[in-house]
Ligand binder design. Structure first.
Ligand code: PLP
Length: 466
């Protein structure tokens, strides 16, 4: 496998991809004529394509790569583990790396969360959490509690349970009917909050958060508290373009969950492991979940892994007699992935990665906010190293694009133009059109400037095409 490809080798590779590879979430008609973008190498915060062209990895792969690319210490940890014990499932047997990693993750997790169930990725962690919630209530005398509440436009994964919890109708329609019993409440997009919360009065944001949280209580009442098992929320909702929680939001949600005996699941598949400058988003925003789901950054993407983290309380019924949680995945807690996670977390500690994010997040925000002078930029929002930039047709009225315009702007122009200009990131229209940014956590001011400069040129051009 060459590091970079000459024209003949590249043509052969393209034919192999076009004729045999089925990409995820992709319009393949595009590749019948055009080329698939091919990334062959990564180094630090940069990716290299098959011809050797360099791109800033503005998305951390897919909200995954925290430590940057090309780390030989992590690669060596993987090789060492593969040589010693390549595979052993966690089905009634254990291996040392899973045991050590479970103890370590439990040590980072907030409050009483100390029981770690490994999966191969985020969607499986979400599935596991819903199944645990149902099973727990069946074993503790509340067998009718099974429903889930989640937020509009939120993404929670593609398995049919996780997809049912997902709040993006266009992503679900092709697969209906999905698992029944999931219900949506408003998300915390303050930019698009109902007008009564946009008077400019101090306290509008808190009032909006209070209202959004109270809508969860309304949904529980509407469905019947005896039927609702869990609420799934991300600390910062990704889909729709980074909605941080208003102050007090999660504290009110916690009260509601306690009142109705509903489990609060913090879906931290993106937000955990430094993305927000803390091990977990719940820690940053000061709330105590009953379950955390995580994946992605736990290995910085050097190998796949996910986890559901619960408490002694939720595990207690499964410690009795013949009872077991009849659930698992062949590759959940794979030894190589666990070894990689340990090496990744070693580096987090040794290199003070969380501190680096906390020290630099203000500079990242300030640099991105410079883009507010562009007429097409409606809102810059996020926390940590996790931002969404919402694009609008009219800044004064916040008017958004219609479907045709969105198609022309995002798919027809922006995604490719940003990539051609050397920035790998995502232009997304699962809610209103946004640019999503989630760079490796090692990035500093020079990278922020590079992101800002590329976005400025490309967004300026985009505005002239409308
Ligand atoms: C919040 C959230 N939950 C779940 C998932 C699904 O994770 P995976 O793609 O690893 O199955 C994602 C993926 O991006 C996510 O962002």
């Amino acid at each position: 496998m060459p590091a970079f490809y000459d024209d003949d080798e590249f043509a052969r590779l393209q034919a192999a991809g076009r004729d045999h590879l089925w990409l995820h979430f992709s319009r393949h008609s595009v590749y019948e004529q055009g080329e698939m973008p091919v990334i062959v190498k990564g180094e630090g915060a940069y990716l290299y394509d098959a011809k050797g062209k360099r791109y800033l990895d503005g998305l951390g792969g897919l909200f995954v790569n925290q430590l940057g690319h090309g780390r030989t210490d992590i690669a060596e940890a993987a090789a060492k583990q593969a040589a010693q014990l390549a595979f052993m499932p966690l089905w009634s047997y254990a291996h040392p790396m899973a045991m050590e990693l479970a103890e370590r993750v439990a040590g980072y997790a907030p409050g009483d969360l100390n029981r770690v169930f490994f999966t191969s990725g985020g969607g499986e962690a979400v599935e596991s959490a819903w199944k645990l919630a149902k099973n727990y209530f069946k074993l503790t005398g509340k067998p009718t509690k099974h429903k889930v509440i989640s937020r509009t436009i939120a993404y929670h994964g593609t398995p049919q349970g996780a997809l049912s919890i997902t709040g993006i109708p266009t992503m679900k329609q092709a697969f209906e009917p999905l698992v029944p019993s999931t219900f949506r409440v408003p998300n915390t997009n303050f930019y698009r909050a109902p007008e009564r919360f946009q008077t400019g009065a101090a306290g509008d944001l808190e009032a909006f958060g209070r209202w959004a949280a109270d809508e969860i209580a309304v949904a529980i009442e509407n469905e019947g508290p005896d039927t609702v098992a869990a609420v799934f929320l991300e600390p910062v909702q990704n889909s729709g373009g980074c909605f941080p929680p208003p102050p007090g939001y999660f504290q009110r949600v916690r009260e509601i969950c306690d009142e109705y005996d509903v489990l609060l699941v913090s879906d931290e598949v993106i937000c955990a492991f430094g993305r927000l400058g803390y091990w977990f988003g719940a820690e940053r925003y000061g709330y105590q979940p009953d379950i955390i789901t995580c994946a992605k950054g736990i290995t910085s993407g050097y190998s796949p892994l996910g986890a559901m983290i619960a408490s002694d309380r939720l595990m207690a019924p499964f410690l009795e007699g013949h009872t077991s949680f009849l659930h698992g995945y062949t590759f959940g807690g794979h030894p190589v992935s666990c070894a990689v996670a340990m090496a990744n977390l070693d580096a987090f500690e040794n290199e003070k990665v969380l501190e680096h994010v906390r020290d630099n997040e203000g500079a990242f925000r300030a640099t991105l906010e410079q883009l507010n002078d562009l007429p097409i930029v409606g809102d810059v929002r996020g926390d940590g190293y996790f931002y969404g930039i919402e694009l609008v047709k009219d800044k004064a009225t916040k008017e958004t694009f219609d479907d045709d315009e969105s198609e022309r702007l995002l798919r027809g122009f922006l995604s490719k133009a940003l990539y051609d200009a050397g920035l790998y990131c995502r232009a997304d229209d699962r809610g209103d059109p946004v640019i999503q940014l989630s760079p490796p956590l090692i990035c500093d001011q020079s990278h922020f400037d590079e992101i800002e400069q590329i976005l400025r040129v490309v967004l300026d051009k985009a505005a002239t095409l409308l």
